[in-house]
Design a protein around this ligand. Structure first.
Ligand SMILES: N[C@@H](CCC(=O)N[C@@H](CS)C(=O)NCC(=O)O)C(=O)O
Length: 214
């Protein structure tokens, strides 16, 4: 049984929970961080030096922090899956997309910040869309002509990127990029997956901008 510490509407927690769902691992999640607090508790800091969420505790008491490191560990420990294969080059290519994922998160975050519910200023949104376009087009180019980030099968690269993709999808029409058709098709493919529905789509809080929490 894996214990995950983290509130469910956190993007970093959601990507770990989604991975757990895809791997069908026995788990429990304890509300932590945000309004639940606990980040600065001494025992939590021992598990997670940054004090951020998520952190996990394994059945044997071992712990791990940083969501992408957790995803890597879970995929490896479970073994026998293509999410993070042993082939060194293919694995490194998947990890490259995982390492790049903060750039995608930053782009989507900027769009969300530019959108003010009820008083959205289209020219402000357009300026931000233009600013983040290079990042969005990096992923768009990769997804063109294939179902998932690394080809025909889902991998840890999708787990690292797919949660912020959902936050992009939740943006109102006027704040959505129009030149990323492969990205939208990929998001629809993710949305058909039960583990994504349960751990990503159903767990986004209303948040201050009504388009999802961080
Ligand atoms: N790089 C870290 C980032 C973790 C992070 O920033 N988590 C945010 C939530 S998404 C957090 O802990 N916020 C404070 C809180 O929720 O208490 C990871 O991927 O695990």
């Amino acid at each position: 049984m894996i214990t995950v510490y983290g509130r469910p509407d956190s993007s970093a927690v959601a990507r770990v929970m989604w991975t757990i769902g895809e791997l069908e691992l026995a788990h429990q999640r304890i509300d932590w961080g945000g309004s639940f607090g606990g980040n600065d508790e001494r025992d939590y800091r021992d598990m997670c030096p940054s004090g951020k969420i998520p952190a996990i505790k394994l059945a044997d008491g071992e712990t791990l922090w940083e969501s992408n490191a957790i995803i890597r560990y879970l995929c490896d420990a479970q073994g026998g899956n293509d999410f993070l294969p042993n082939d060194h080059l293919r694995r490194a290519r998947i990890e490259a997309w995982m390492d790049w994922s903060p750039a995608f998160q930053a782009a989507v975050s900027s769009i969300r910040k530019a959108y003010k519910p009820g008083s959205a200023n289209q020219s402000d949104i357009d300026i931000v869309l233009k600013q983040v376009e290079p990042s969005l087009l990096i992923l768009e180019r990769q997804l063109s002509g294939q179902d998932y980030v690394m080809g025909s099968a889902i991998s840890a690269a999708d787990f690292a990127l797919g949660v912020w993709a959902h936050r992009l999808w939740r943006c109102p029409p006027e704040a959505k990029p129009t030149n990323t058709p492969a990205t939208w098709a990929w998001i629809e493919r993710l949305q058909a997956r039960p583990a994504y529905q349960e751990h990503v789509m159903a767990k986004v809080s209303a948040g201050p901008q009504s388009i999802g929490g961080g």
